[in-house]
Write a protein that binds this ligand. Structure first.
Ligand code: PRP
Ligand code: URA
Length: 215
């Protein structure tokens, strides 16, 4: 089982606040409300790193004292694309940083027996080709869902893609490297391995169920 995935664009965003918050996220005793708050906060911290190279444009403004040049994010606004359901949990935190971001949706669930992704919904802005796309899902397990979502987004024209997850398994990173080596991955943690039934170990359990209180 690989523990250091060969993916040149895979990055664990190292920060004490991320590690601290992850410890509560992983804890089985953490209640739904706190779990959701932590997902938002972690998503925001990841987004800070994942937006580091966004293009800026110079604008002329007037401070209360004098005119000056200032920088703003270049148009057009980026798109956040949560993979339903659990990716939805990451949207609010990132939108707090980028309130004008558009939000697309990719609906996928893992078949419990085959672990293969099953697609049920897809909606993104028509001009997605011109926008930076942040694909969001807390869990990168086998990598099937993320790889399939990104394939669908590329088919729709997306060219500038980044994938943000909270917990990654080596298997998922390897799958992404094989399917989409051009897409950078920003993760809060790289865990040990997948269980026999496709759960990340040590992981945090079923992210969707913990976010939405469905178990
Ligand atoms: C979870 C998770 C990812 C997927 C990861 O979703 O949110 O989308 O599994 O697994 P993979 O890397 O092996 O594809 P799930 O299928 O449980 O659907 P849900 O978010 O609707 O609960
Ligand atoms: N999906 C989850 O929600 N958790 C895992 O550990 C694996 C896939």
């Amino acid at each position: 089982m690989p523990t250091t995935p060969a993916h040149p664009r895979f990055q664990v965003v190292a920060h004490p606040l991320i590690r601290h918050k992850l410890s509560f996220l992983r804890d089985a005793q953490t209640p739904t409300k706190l779990f959701k708050e932590l997902v938002d906060e972690l998503a925001m911290l990841l987004a800070f790193e994942a937006t580091r190279d966004l293009a800026l444009t110079t604008v002329r403004i007037a401070t209360p004292l004098e005119p000056t040049d200032a920088e703003r994010l270049a148009e057009p606004d980026p798109v956040l694309v949560p993979i339903l359901r659990a990716g939805l949990g990451m949207v609010d935190g990132i939108r707090a940083l980028m309130p004008s971001a558009r939000v697309g949706h990719v609906g996928l669930y893992r078949d419990h027996d085959t672990l293969e992704p099953v697609a049920y919904y897809f909606k993104v802005p028509p001009d997605v080709a011109a926008r930076t796309v942040f694909v969001l899902d807390p869990m990168l397990a086998t990598g099937g869902s993320a790889a399939d979502a990104i394939t669908q987004l590329k088919r729709a024209g997306a060219q500038q893609l980044r994938f943000l997850c909270l917990v990654a398994a080596p298997e998922g990173v390897a799958k992404m490297h094989e399917a989409h080596p051009d897409v950078p991955i920003f993760a809060a943690a790289l865990d040990r391995e997948l269980s026999d039934i496709g759960y990340i170990l040590p992981g945090l359990g079923d992210a969707g169920d913990r976010l939405f209180g469905t178990r």
